[in-house]
Design a protein around this ligand. Structure first.
Ligand code: HEM
Length: 149
């Protein structure tokens, strides 16, 4: 019998060159994470998807998401985790939820940052969203929706 494939682990390695991907400070990333997840929690469709997993554990999640975004945007090397496994394990997640997530993320970054900062953050978020969407909903025959392009 074939071995089960090992789960994909995303690790931002310490020791890599640390040129930031975007001109943003850790404090600004903190603002983005706080604001975005308070919008998420108030969202009629997305709120419950998060609450089902994170009730009583929001502090841990927000800390993890700060480390995630600092690793992605500043190459800080602080995040290690299994986002694909985590998202594939959300039973009620639907394809269109990623569109709602991106809409909210784009609106939040636009209220906090000027276009030269907000633009690249959204491009990076969309790229990650696309890979999570493909891992969950993609088949050899499916096309990604236009809003993920
Ligand atoms: C509809 C879209 C999404 C939903 C409903 C969703 C929901 C969730 C939930 C409930 C968790 C916590 C899982 C757990 O701890 O058991 C989580 C974790 C996470 N999410 Fe999402 N998410 C979405 C999209 C995204 C996108 C687009 C990104 C990145 C740009 C992202 C990045 C992450 C990361 C990094 C974690 C932490 C994984 C870990 O290391 O444990 N998510 N998400």
């Amino acid at each position: 019998m074939a071995d089960k494939p090992a789960p994909v682990v995303i690790t931002a390695r310490a020791g890599q060159p640390r040129t930031p991907a975007v001109e943003i400070s850790p404090r600004e990333i903190g603002l983005l994470v706080d604001r975005f997840y308070s919008e998420i929690r108030a969202h009629p469709r997305l709120g419950p998807l998060f609450e089902d997993r994170l009730a009583g554990k929001w502090d841990v999640h927000l800390d993890r998401m700060n480390r995630f975004w600092r690793s992605v945007l500043l190459h800080s090397g602080e995040y290690s985790g299994q986002p694909v496994v985590k998202h594939n394990g959300l039973p009620d997640l639907e394809e269109d939820d990623f569109r709602l997530w991106l809409e909210l993320f784009e609106a939040t970054t636009a209220t906090l940052f000027a276009p030269p900062t907000a633009g690249p953050i959204v491009v990076i978020a969309r790229r990650i969203a696309r890979s999570l969407w493909l891992a969950r909903f993609g088949t050899p025959f499916s096309q990604t929706p236009a809003w993920l392009a």
